[in-house]
Each structure stands twice: as C-alpha cells, then as structure tokens.
Design a protein around this ligand. Structure first.
Ligand SMILES: NC(=O)c1ccc[n+]([C@@H]2O[C@H](COP(=O)([O-])OP(=O)(O)OC[C@H]3O[C@@H](n4cnc5c(N)ncnc54)[C@H](O)[C@@H]3O)[C@@H](O)[C@H]2O)c1
Ligand SMILES: O=C(O)C(=O)C[C@@H](O)[C@H](O)[C@H](O)COP(=O)(O)O
Ligand SMILES: [Zn+2]
Length: 360
C-alpha cells in the first residue's frame, strides 16, 4: 500500500487526505507548500519520535520548529499566545505554511493559530494519533479550551492537506489508541450501520492493530466526516451530528479538569448517555442501546460518569455548549444505529434529573 487519497471537495475548499505508510517525503508535501518558510508545530513527546523525518521531507524550505508542552491542559489561550509569539518572532509571512505534527491538541492549537495569524495562513495537518487521523485533522474545526468550557475559543479553518502516516501509530500508547476508537464508533452510529456491524465483528483484529483493519477504520471515518462537512462546513445544521456524545462528554472533561479523562474516553461516556437519554424517550430501541454500550465496552472504553463528578455541575457546564441556541440544551440523539437526530429543546431540569439518575 502506498496511500489512499481521499479528495475532499467542497466549495470553496478542496484538499487531499492521504492515508498510508512512509508518507514523510518531499513528493507528498510539494504541491501544498507555498512561500519560503515552513513552521512546524509539534510537542515535546511527538517531536523526538517524528520531527527529524518530517524536517527531511521539508528540507527544501527554511524550517522553524515550535514545541508545545504536552497535554490537554495546555490547549489554552495562554499557551496559544506563546505559540503566536514564536510564529511572529521568526517573521512568518502570510504565504508561508504551518505544519501541525501531533495529535488533536497540536492540530487544534496550530490550526487556530493558522486561522488568525496574518488573518489566515495555510496549514497542513500531519496527525499522529488514531483520534486525530480519524477525526480532528479533517474538517477545519480549530480551538483552544476555556476553563469554563471545551473549545469555546476557535475558528473554522480548513487545512490544505492532511497526511496520516499509520506507522506513527506504532508508538502510540494503547490508552490513546482506544480513545481514538470512540470517535470511530461515533461516526458509525451517526451515519453507517454497516460500518457499525463491521466494528462489532472486527473488534479482535482492531485490538490486534491489524493493518488492514486500521486502514479501513481511518478511511471510512474520514469519508463519513468529509461527506458531512462538505455539506455543512460551519455547523449550521447536520455537522452537529459529529457532536454525538460531545454535549455530555465536553461537560465531563471540563468538570473533571482537562486531561484527567481523555477526550475519546469522555466522548465514549457521552455516547452512552445520549443513547440512554434517547431510549428513555423511546426514540432508540433497547436492542440498539445495548449494541452501542456493548461495542464501547468491547474496546475497553468507559461507559459511566466517574463518581467524583456531580449532576448539577455537569448540567451547568452543558449550558455553555456551542450548539445551544436558547436556554435549552441541544442534544444529538441516536434514533437507531446509523441514524441520529438533533433535539434543540431539552430543558435543564430534564438534563439534571437524567444525570442524577444516571449517577445513582
Ligand atoms: N478539531 C476537531 O474536529 C477535533 C475532533 C476531535 C477531537 N478534537 C480535539 O483533539 C484533542 C484530542 O486529541 P488526541 O486524542 O489526539 O490527543 P493529544 O493530542 O493529547 O494526543 C494524545 C497523546 O499522545 C501523544 N502522541 C501523539 N502522537 C503520538 C505518537 N505517534 N506516538 C506516541 N505518542 C503520541 C501526545 O503527545 C499526547 O500525549 C482534544 O483536545 C479534542 O477536543 C478536535
Ligand atoms: O468536527 C466536528 O464537527 C466535530 O464535532 C468533531 C468532534 O469529534 C470534535 O471533538 C470537535 O472538536 C467538537 O466540536 P465542538 O464544536 O463541540 O467544540
Ligand atoms: Zn471529538
């Protein structure tokens, strides 16, 4: 396998998502590089593993490097300001290129810097976690967290290229690998029941990190996401489907303290809660509810809210969710495996009661 090329076409943007092995070479990047300089953003964990290989692929350019501290707690306005200082101090011009080498945190921070610096610069995403290869590198959401809420400060800014080298997953800790599966399960629940069945049937191969299973998962998840984003890049409607599990999940991450639970773990719990809420409302069958919980458990992901959190605090955090258009909470709810709906009118009382009961 050399690479799979998913062309992402949606006026006014179009870009390639390359998925394969040994992709850190000059040919892969050549067409997408502009200007004289490349500014690589990575972090202290990923850089020692992959920075030299990437620099070699970019060696026809003048290359600057900036390493972020590692961790969700540094996906902050303060760390982002430092990153901008680094970019400005080397004199990056609008036609230069930013490259994000790392997981979703690096991608979101570098992407937001690219959206803002010089009023917009080109960014290439080089995701190195499963989660970032199946989700965060695609679609152009960029952001930093605020102490009161996840991703509250950000912008939509599409990359010019996504380069997913699956060999980078060889060094990824298993807990991070499993967290990435959460977003894959999400993609299957929202749009592809056949893919969900495939996940149920292939859990063993996936957990063995079988290469062909990996490629299938990454490709299918990117296709599902690309199709939705192509129709609604700025989340005016159906893009909110991709937020399944995130209304609860983001509140859990915020209340637990950023970094305590991984994003994918919080989303796994959030998906179970959304499914439970939907089944309480008789919108999801008991059978599909069970299938969702069982598949999440199969991949060793959590399904329940940690006992150290409380319902009132979670409800309060959910009020700040970006999907809300009024005092009510907007929830994405599964109707069956492969189909979701958006409910914009869930009252705070209903959420509070539901969470209180779910934590019993
Ligand atoms: N923009 C979007 O559409 C979108 C989508 C989903 C998630 N996100 C965001 O992405 C973030 C989560 O991303 P993540 O799960 O990639 O976490 P992450 O970026 O924190 O990476 C996880 C850990 O793995 C390390 N790492 C990365 N690549 C590695 C490799 N190849 N080998 C060894 N270690 C490696 C990192 O240094 C980090 O410690 C969250 O902030 C979430 O909000 C954004
Ligand atoms: O791309 C999207 O749209 C998503 O919702 C993907 C999510 O997995 C991702 O975590 C995203 O950052 C959440 O978006 P937010 O708008 O709720 O911050
Ligand atoms: Zn997510």
């Amino acid at each position: 396998m050399k690479y799979i090329d998913l062309s992402f076409d949606s006026e006014p943007f179009t870009y390639k998502i390359l998925i394969g092995k040994d992709l850190f070479n000059k040919k892969v990047f050549a067409d997408s590089l502009k200007g004289n300089s490349v500014f690589i953003v990575s972090n202290e964990t990923v850089a020692p593993l992959y920075l030299d290989q990437l620099k070699l692929a970019l060696s026809d350019y003048s290359v600057f490097t900036y390493l972020l501290p590692d961790g969700e707690q540094y996906k902050s306005l303060e760390a982002w300001q430092e990153l901008l200082n680094g970019m400005i101090s080397v004199g990056l011009r609008r036609n230069d290129t930013i490259v994000a080498l790392g997981g979703g945190v690096v991608g979101d921070m570098a992407g937001f810097a690219a959206a803002c610096l010089n009023r917009g610069m080109s960014i290439i995403q080089v995701p190195t976690t499963l989660l970032s290869q199946v989700d965060s590198s695609v679609g152009g959401k960029t952001a930093v967290n605020h102490p009161l809420g996840k991703n509250l400060i950000g912008a939509f800014h599409q990359p010019s290229l996504v380069v997913s080298d699956i060999k980078t997953l060889d060094t990824l800790p298993e807990r991070e690998f499993l967290a990435g599966i959460s977003e894959i399960i999400k993609a299957a629940i929202i749009a592809d029941s056949a893919f969900f069945e495939w996940l149920e049937e292939n859990a063993f191969h996936i957990l063995e990190h079988d290469e062909s299973a990996l490629v299938t998962m990454i490709e299918t998840s990117c296709r599902i996401k690309a199709e939705i984003v192509a129709k609604d890049a700025k989340e005016k409607g159906i893009r909110a489907w991709l937020n399944l599990g995130h209304t609860f999940g983001h509140a859990i991450e915020t209340c637990a303290g950023y970094g305590k639970l991984l994003h994918g773990e919080a989303v796994a719990i959030g998906i179970c809660l959304a499914a439970k809420f939907s089944s309480f409302k008789n919108s999801l069958s008991e059978t599909d509810f069970e299938r969702i919980v069982v598949v999440i458990q199969k991949f060793g992901l959590p399904t329940k809210i940690p006992g150290y959190l409380n319902a009132a605090e979670l409800t309060s955090a959910m009020r700040l969710d970006k999907k809300n258009t009024s005092e009510s909470i907007t929830l994405v709810l599964p109707e069956k495996v492969g189909q979701v709906m958006i409910d914009k009118n869930v009252s705070l009382n209903e959420i509070n009661e539901f969470l209180t009961q779910a934590m019993d």
